[in-house]
Design a protein around this ligand. Structure first.
Ligand code: FNR
Length: 355
């Protein structure tokens, strides 16, 4: 059951990427005001960043996707080889399946095997306990652990859990006792400032807002169920939930409005299409920016070489955008560039501020 679900996720997420090519999303609401004389020499640019304990040469990472099925092994291998070649951090998909079915572990362990010295994050859903968290980290000899909050996905998923009542308590216990840095993320519906506040109150210090606009798990789960054959079946679908959630831009604007602990690292992902989206998110407070669906698509079509090439292109282009904007480093992107926020993102930011 879990294996066929994971295969469906890979297949449908890759198909979604084809529909997303060229699509507009909330990142288009964020524009740098163009100053034609601001530019500097790209040799003078440093695009390195710090997230938690890690120093990254470029502000990008491969977000958590897969494992637990035969289809996942070559994908994780390709992604891990590209991560090793570029130094870009990589997260696994949820390791839960390997904890229950150890025979599937290889589809995850290839991630460490092909990237022995890189930054690897294990991934687990909320609702798992400290022992699960430790086992997930041990399996990959991981440097950190991502825990995903996916209540919308669980609600729509036919075999999903609808009991979310333990999540806070279990995360609280893991935060207190796990011996690697913890990253809490969504799976593409966004983390509000209120959610981040609940997390930081427990001691969480790294979050990935993982917003809407890219891979849409409500749509993936809807597409897994057969097309409705009757007027009644049509009501069993959850297509009206596909538009729920916050974009990464909503989340970053929401977080910027509220005081955060000084040592909180905010990362952003969800619908990141190109290097400009990376820098847009950085200007709004993200220290690093993740991509999932896009990387899956390249891994499937062009393997490790393709993913390596795309990650290298992103790195070069990010540096070139910094130079164009006159920013020698991330601080300059945050404090010295001028932004305009328009469209739906501006409207939604205003709506959030009306109490
Ligand atoms: C995911 N994502 C995900 N996230 C997570 O924390 N654990 C997981 O097991 C998975 N599984 C998974 C499978 C596949 C095939 C995809 C494409 C994605 C979600 C992912 O990390 C990310 O939050 C979203 O995909 C949004 O980012 P993109 O795809 O728009 O860049």
């Amino acid at each position: 059951m879990a294996q066929s679900r994971k295969d469906d996720h890979i297949r449908l997420a890759a198909a979604q990427q084809d529909q997303l090519t060229g699509a507009k999303n909330a990142f288009d609401d964020v524009d740098f005001i163009h100053h034609a004389l601001a530019g500097i020499n790209d040799d003078a640019v440093d695009i390195s960043t710090r997230i938690g304990p890690w120093r990254l040469a470029a502000p990008i990472y491969i977000n958590g996707m897969t494992g637990g099925t035969d289809m996942a092994t070559p994908i994780n291998t390709a992604l891990a080889q590209a991560a090793a070649a570029t130094g870009v951090p990589m997260a696994s998909g949820s390791v839960a399946v390997a904890l229950e079915q150890p025979e599937t572990a290889t589809s995850f362990t290839v991630i460490r095997e092909h990237n022995p010295n890189g930054i690897v994050w294990a991934n687990l859903g909320a609702g798992r306990n400290l022992d699960h968290a430790k086992a997930a980290v041990d399996l990959l000899n991981a440097d950190g652990l991502q825990i995903h909050l996916n209540p919308i996905q669980e609600t729509v998923m036919p075999e999903g859990s609808r009991n979310f009542s333990d999540w806070l308590r279990l995360i609280d216990d893991i935060v207190a006792k796990i011996n690697v840095p913890l990253i809490i993320k969504e799976v593409g519906f966004g983390l509000s400032a209120k959610t981040v506040q609940q997390l930081t109150d427990m001691g969480v210090r790294i979050v990935d807002v993982a917003g809407t606009g890219g891979t849409n798990f409500a749509r993936i789960e809807n597409d897994r169920t057969p097309h409705p054959s009757s007027a009644i079946d049509a009501h069993a679908k959850w297509d009206w939930l596909e538009s729920m959630g916050l974009t990464a831009i909503d989340c970053l604007l929401d977080l910027a409005e509220t005081p955060q602990p000084e040592d909180l690292t905010i990362m952003a992902s969800g619908g990141v299409r190109n290097p400009l989206d990376v820098v847009r998110a950085q200007a709004l407070g993200a220290k690093a920016v993740g991509m999932a669906g896009q990387m899956l698509k390249v891994a499937l079509s062009d393997g490790a070489e393709g993913v390596t090439e795309v990650l290298e292109l992103f790195t070069t282009r990010i540096r070139q955008i910094y130079a164009l904007l006159g920013a020698t480093n991330l601080d300059a992107i945050i404090y010295e560039t001028d932004l305009m926020i328009t469209g739906r993102s501006a409207e939604r930011a205003r709506a959030r501020n009306i109490d």
